[in-house]
Write a protein that binds this ligand. Structure first.
Ligand code: SF4
Length: 364
């Protein structure tokens, strides 16, 4: 069923900052900065990690990364910390310092299970907020609090209240790519992995779905429910076009194309498969195509390439500038100085937790 209506901010409205400056909670013991020189010992101790990424990180670059990798892995033990890394993180983070990797849903689920005092979220700000919402007693750090998201900054809690006033009684679903303030106002969250399941789980024949208009459109195509969408978009995925994908196919008719549902409809129409980042990775693992275009953030192809060197990835490279704010030096600073701590108003966190937990607890 086509999307019923798409509402959203009027052109020219200034979006609120998605990653406001956050106060830190308390005095924390600062640890000494570890040595960061490259030497034979560092080379030996990190050789097994370089083996994981050697297909995507040139040997000449490893002496820069290795001292940070060694220092971060040692400090994680000292702080009793875990690193959660999104699939869009760069290979040296994803493969060499992360304890858990995945899409937003996998990281949200993992965040409820971790047995650590500190969570370092290598992703964007709304992901760190989600971890904090689910772990109010733990310290959650994000290496760069300016790592925002065009979707999260497209809508506010006040916008959701206005939507509720306009469509009384209609349930509201928020994609996890939203601030805690928005999550606190909605009935349930979803990710691109479970958006259809979440929409179908709600009562009534109409659902308000915010803020990604393209994901809303993708879900609308698979459900009989009427969807009222919001005019938000991912600045990375909306840059892809069906036209560029058709050119890939003209050059190589055997190429496989898989796309993320945050892409515009003409891109999804060209794809052989559409799914969340986790589902895209599973698809490549299962099918092992000879050549493939992964229509999503560019680093994910590097991360899957490191695992599956026999698959050739053709990369129309769109990077997320927010994800790329997270670097090894900033992760090290996080663990040394215990910054930037994610702090959420407890009343907002409590209401947001209900929306996230409803999603996490939904039977798959
Ligand atoms: S890739 Fe898109 S949806 Fe993901 S964090 Fe970047 S801007 Fe947000």
């Amino acid at each position: 069923m086509p999307v019923l209506d798409i509402l959203g901010p009027t052109a020219g409205r200034t979006a609120p900052p998605s990653a406001p400056a956050l106060p830190t909670r308390s005095e924390t013991r600062i640890l000494p900065m570890p040595p960061l020189e490259w030497n034979e010992q560092v080379a030996n101790e990190t050789a097994h990690l370089y083996a994981r990424v050697k297909t995507v990180i040139p040997e000449i670059e490893w002496p820069f990364f290795a001292p940070y990798v060694k220092a971060i892995n040692a400090l994680k033990k000292e702080r009793n910390a875990v690193i959660l890394a999104h699939n869009y993180q760069t290979p040296e983070i994803y493969n060499c310092v992360a304890d858990f990797v995945g899409d937003s849903l996998q990281l949200a689920r993992e965040a409820t299970r971790v047995d650590a005092d500190v969570i370092v979220q290598c992703g964007v700000h709304f992901m760190a907020e989600t971890s904090k919402i689910l772990n109010p007693e733990k310290t959650v750090l994000i290496p760069d609090s300016k790592a925002g998201c065009s979707l999260a900054s497209s809508i506010t809690g006040e916008d959701v209240r206005l939507l509720r006033a306009r469509f009384p009684g209609v349930p509201v679903v928020a994609y996890v790519n939203t601030s805690a303030d928005v999550k606190a106002e909605v009935d349930i969250c979803c990710t691109s992995s479970n958006a259809l399941q979440v929409v179908e789980s709600l009562p009534g024949d109409t659902v308000i779905f915010v803020p990604d208009q393209y994901l809303a459109n993708y879900v609308a195509g698979q459900t009989s429910k009427k969807i009222i969408a919001w005019k938000g978009a991912c600045e990375v995925h909306e840059r892809f076009t069906g036209e560029e994908l058709r050119r890939f196919r003209e050059d190589d008719p055997t190429i496989q194309i898989i796309a993320h549902p945050e892409c515009p409809p003409d891109v999804i129409a060209e794809a052989d498969f559409t799914g969340s980042t986790a589902h895209m990775i599973d698809w490549v693992r299962a099918k092992r195509p000879k050549r493939i275009v992964m229509v999503t953030e560019c680093s994910m192809a590097d991360n899957v390439q490191a695992e599956l060197p026999d698959v050739e990835f053709v990369r129309p490279c769109n990077l997320c500038p927010h994800m790329k704010r997270i670097t090894l030096p900033k992760i090290l600073d996080s663990l040394v100085y215990m910054k930037e701590e994610v702090v959420i108003d407890p009343a907002i966190a409590e209401r947001a937790r209900r929306s996230v937990e409803r999603m996490v607890n939904l039977k798959s």
